[in-house]
Design a protein around this ligand. Structure first.
Ligand code: CDP
Length: 805
């Protein structure tokens, strides 16, 4: 159809803009094995690095002998802390204001800790070299329990001995890191003391791991002629890595180019700075050759970036009718050997203070104590906005515990406590201002979609049958209504290492009307090249197919804080829309000049500017783009480009209603997920198909976490789950079928009304799965049991409740 006769609807559809289920443009290369990941990078003369790792969780390093390793053919050098010390690189700063050994300096604090770095001509020689390094250790007592660690005489961090002030205030004990308090303690305790009903429980969110399919790695290449360091790596925040490398190496920032190529999943695992990056950079500087380091699976699971490990003691107060009056939470946070959490500076426990959830709770208090133990450091936001996952799990379990205490239906208890639509923007008791929400509508839609009343009737019948000996399977209905907080964040609140958490987009329109946009974010599978082009298509009227999206190269992309915590859409998505609007504003002036009317006499219409009241008189964006390069327009610079650095005024608060229906075999502990319904509200939806994919992926991670995945240690600090034989990663065989749904409550402050969605399904699904397990055993007196609910643990619940006869 000719452009001139197409209707606005047809022209709009042709743009493939917002709201369109556009197919992912990335998949053309991914499905053909044509992605370009770190391990695909091969540079001339490239060397390989590998780590000698500690077999002990706590030991003094008596000696390191590298003589035999240096005899291994192909081994070029072995770095130890002694080699890094003169460079001041044997310790590095963490994102949480602590410091961390790059290579073991006198002692080791967790099993798998990096002790020496072997550089060799190929990865096989590097591995042989690692085997040949002789390290003598003197074992020390091991602390794997944070409660024990806070009582123990054993000093884990001898480097901090005597320091009573930490990065986040006073330290109460030599193994204590910080106390973080939010809310009104006295008022909350007064409410608890005078309440009709108080439910109390310890809710543990176990240690787990993001476990992306591609592990962490980098290729460092120092060009001694130009003085330029190029660092390819699996970085979720390439600009921040560039700044950190500059600060700790002393190399001027303009001489460092950080490139994140394709990334095979990040989920928070690739936010932090690891010893492998520092050692590879040093090795490249020393040898003058490019050096590659890529973790294997055990390295990844043992040493890089665990998640969760929060012990949350909760008390929730209510009237006898079920109206919640107060919430109290004390969390003991196990941070491992170093505080390497990836949180904004002012939030040592991330956004745990969103733990009042979807509920109108007038009074609340939260305290978090961070503790050192002999476990790996990390504490990253595994598909999560800085501990919102722990917060959501905590409140959704506490609601269930309260429902038991009140002998109430948990769906009704939620309904009577939801923040009402007319209360938004809503000021929570723990400090956040929720932007928008319509929880009752979402909840009613969810309950109706699953046939909640019928499910409860079926469950009651099942219980009768169980008691009558007709079945050995119980039925659980797991309810969750979660509220997320994503889009870190307003620069006034959120920074990492002093870098404000804005984000950016730069757009160049080419003369023939196609475009390139570069952003400070980096996709790890979320489909940014598809969806950011859709935002622009709607904003500037050029088809998404004619827009290239580029991320991840610090030499070309504008400065941004990267992709994690579902911040890309709320922050960089907003920057994209705002940059698009700058393009449109200039295009309007060009169009008016070409049409010989005043600027105010033209209006934007899908893909063109039209003279008001004269629809036949228009200039398309393609014509305007060409004119910007080939005509001298009075008062205007040639070209059509714009850049936006966007500092969001607030976070966005997506929410969702998830319901899981599960059968549990009391004799085997096996489960069957019969139904999983996920309603998400992420405001304006850019690409419904990608959102659905995000929900499927996140819910599958949530399923793994709730039903089997854990990072476990024995009392000696030995890591028990460092392979995929032991660490549960669901395949298509175990993955449930999901039913997705949505409501749309736009964010009032986001330029296109969009909220993030990537992490919501991980946040929301874990309590839904877990609540289903608890719900099945509720008639037999179970109030709380710790995840993961693997077959053995479910079997044990049944045994402990006397259900095995
Ligand atoms: O920061 P990250 O990309 O992990 O998370 P996100 O901002 O929630 O976006 C994940 C994917 O979902 C991106 O491709 C977004 O463009 C898409 N999305 C969407 O289509 N509509 C929304 N309202 C939010 C995200």
């Amino acid at each position: 159809m000719k452009d001139e006769v197409a209707t606005p609807e047809e022209r709009s559809a042709g743009l493939k803009g917002m709201g369109c289920s556009r197919k992912r443009v990335e998949d053309v290369r991914f499905t053909q094995g044509r992605g370009n990941y770190v391990d695909d990078i091969k540079l001339d003369g490239m060397l390989f690095g590998d780590f000698v790792r500690s077999p002990y969780a706590h030991a003094r390093v008596v000696s390191i002998n590298t003589e035999e390793a240096m005899k291994v053919p192909g081994v070029i050098a072995v770095l130890t802390a002694a080699d890094l010390e003169p460079l001041g690189l044997h310790w590095m700063p963490t994102l949480a204001g602590d410091k961390q050994m790059v290579l073991a300096d006198g002692k080791v604090l967790f099993q798998g800790q990096e002790v020496a770095y072997v550089i060799a001509k190929d990865r096989y020689a590097a591995a042989d070299g690692v085997e040949a390094v002789e390290v003598e250790y003197d074992e020390l007592p091991v602390l794997t329990d944070p409660f024990e660690a806070l009582k123990s005489d054993v000093v884990l961090r001898e480097d901090l001995e005597g320091q009573t002030e930490g990065a986040h205030g006073p330290r109460k004990h030599h193994n204590h890191i910080f106390t973080w308090e939010q809310g009104d303690k006295d008022a909350t305790e007064a409410v608890l003391a005078g309440a009709d009903v108080v439910a109390e429980e310890m809710v543990y969110y176990h240690r787990t791991h993001p476990c992306p399919l591609e592990t962490c790695g980098c290729v460092a290449s120092m060009d001694k002629v130009t003085g330029k360091l190029t660092l390819h790596g699996t970085f979720q925040a390439p600009h921040a890595i560039r700044t950190v490398v500059s600060l700790i190496s002393g190399i001027a920032e303009h001489n460092i180019r950080v490139i994140s190529p394709d990334i095979g999943g990040g989920f928070g695992n690739k936010v932090g700075a690891y010893a492998g990056y520092v050692c590879s950079v040093v090795a490249s500087i020393v040898t003058g050759k490019p050096v590659k380091w890529v973790e294997n699976r055990m390295d990844n699971l043992m040493s890089t970036a665990f998640a969760r490990d929060y012990w949350m003691q909760g008390k929730i107060a209510a009237t006898k009718e079920g109206k919640i009056t107060g919430l109290w939470c004390h969390t003991t946070a196990d941070h491992g050997g170093f505080d390497a959490c990836a949180d904004p500076t002012k939030f040592p426990a991330g956004f745990m203070n969103i733990c009042t959830g979807s509920y109108d709770i007038p009074t609340a208090y939260l305290a978090v104590d961070g503790v050192y133990t002999n476990k790996a450091p990390g504490g990253v936001a595994y598909r999560c906005s800085f501990r919102v996952t722990e917060a959501a799990y905590f409140i959704e379990r506490m609601i269930e515990v309260l429902a038991i205490k009140l002998n109430m239906d948990a769906a009704e208890l939620r309904r009577i406590n939801f923040i009402r639509k007319d209360q938004f923007p809503y000021q929570s008791a723990l400090g956040w201002e929720y932007d928008s929400g319509d929880y009752h509508t979402a909840w009613d839609k969810a309950l109706a979609a699953v046939g909640y009343d019928d499910l409860r009737r079926e469950q009651a019948q099942r219980l009768e049958d169980f008691k009558a000996g007709k079945t050995r399977k119980l039925m659980g209905i797991g309810l969750t209504h979660f509220t997320e907080i994503v889009g870190a964040g307003p620069v006034k609140n959120c920074d990492i290492l002093g870098l404000g958490m804005f984000d950016s987009c730069e757009i160049r329109i080419h003369p023939t009307g196609s475009a390139i946009a570069r952003l400070g974010t980096i996709s790890q599978g979320q489909g940014h090249a598809t969806t950011f082009a859709q935002i622009l298509a709607s904003e500037i009227g050029i088809s998404a197919d004619d827009i290239t999206i580029e991320e991840g190269d610090t030499d070309t992309a504008p400065y941004g804080l990267g992709t994690y915590g579902s911040r890309s859409t709320p922050v960089a998505g907003a920057a994209t829309a705002m940059a698009g609007r700058k393009i449109r504003a200039k295009a309007q002036m060009i169009a008016a000049y070409l049409l010989e009317v005043h600027d105010d006499d033209v209006e934007f219409d899908v893909d063109r500017f039209v003279v008001k009241g004269a629809p036949d008189r228009f200039k398309t964006m393609k014509e305007i783009a060409f004119a910007s390069y080939n005509q001298a327009i009075p008062g205007l610079e040639p070209g059509l480009e714009a850049v936006s650095y966007y500092d969001p005024p607030n976070m966005t608060y997506p929410f969702g209603a998830y319901i899981c229906v599960m059968d549990l075999d009391v004799d085997t502990g096996e489960h069957e997920i019969r139904k999983f319904y996920a309603l998400d509200d992420c405001g304006t939806r850019i690409n419904p198909m990608i959102i659905e994919g995000q929900v499927h992926g996140g819910a599958t991670e949530g399923y793994a976490i709730a039903m089997g995945q854990e990072i476990a240690y024995d009392d000696m600090g030995n890591h028990k789950t460092a392979t995929l034989m032991d660490f549960f990663l669901p395949t298509s065989w175990e993955t449930p079928t999901y039913e997705t749904d949505f409501t749309i409550t736009p964010s009032p402050h986001h330029p296109i009304g969009a909220k993030g969605v990537g992490e919501s399904p991980n946040v929301g699904s874990v309590p839904a799965f877990s609540n289903a397990v608890h719900d099945a055993f509720r008639p037999f007196g179970l109030t709380q049991s710790h995840m993961p609910h693997d077959h053995w643990r479910v079997w044990r619940i049944a045994r402990d409740l006397g259900l095995h006869g």
